[in-house]
Design a protein around this ligand. Sequence first.
Ligand code: G1P
Length: 289
Amino acid sequence: MSTKVRKAVLPVAGLGTRVLPGAKTTPKNMLNVFDRPILSYIVEEARAAGVEHFVFVVGRGQGAIEDYFDASPEIEGALEAKGKADILAEVRRDLPQPGQMSFVRQMAPLGLGHAVWCARDIIGDEPFAVILPDMLMAADTPTLAQAVAAYDQVGGNIIVVEPAPEGEAHKYGIVDLESRKGRINRMRGMVEKPAPGTEPSNLFISGRYILQPDIFPLLEKQGKGAGGEIQLTDAMAELMKVQPFHALEYEGVTYDCGDKIGLLRANVAFALRHPTFGGAAREAITGLL
Ligand code: G1P
């Protein structure tokens, strides 16, 4: 069994209710953040952490994702004919090597736990990453690479966490730590969407995980939890009875692109960080204020 994290599961099947109507005909994770889709940044982050194979768990009407990560002879041919080498390079930057991406259908919206379970046959018997692509992260060391470094240090299962804004912890999965020293801490519990006032801490599960394949049999028999959905958090809490889990407080900033204002913030932040357009973006944004 490989112990290296080579594969990542990207659950993208959600309807994107909070970013409608933009997400009506465009899968929500294909919405643009400045000049490329959210998934372009996510794949870049995962590659920087050593991920070699991507398993997208998609829903109906999300063929645009598969097409984005495929060659586009018309566009590429036209750019080549016009000698637009730099745009061509940008168009090709996200293309995988043949065979590096798999697409599985989540045939019913039964929850995040169910979505991850849909990837079981392609993951097989090795540790893997889960990335929630709504949560776009800006970090000097890409977030998943921080998680892999923590994994190399302590093994087991890793959950990336961060402090929830005041009064918002009940909207997330929340972790309970044995003690809090430094950024990597052993966990003693976790709960999905705790009732306000009952949160064991303010640290929420922010969308990057490294899990052992032993999660799959637990997901298979996991009943419905918060919101009537099969929750990944509930299966992880089961796995924690027999395997260690560590929470990593990562260094960086999270933008929730599943929300209109979060998506706007991501657009501004990534435009400002852009190596070519950063300066012009700053001028444009300042001019608007
Ligand atoms: C999911 C997870 C939750 C996590 C959150 C981060 O919840 O179940 O543990 O904190 O993503 O965005 P959802 O946003 O799907 O309700």
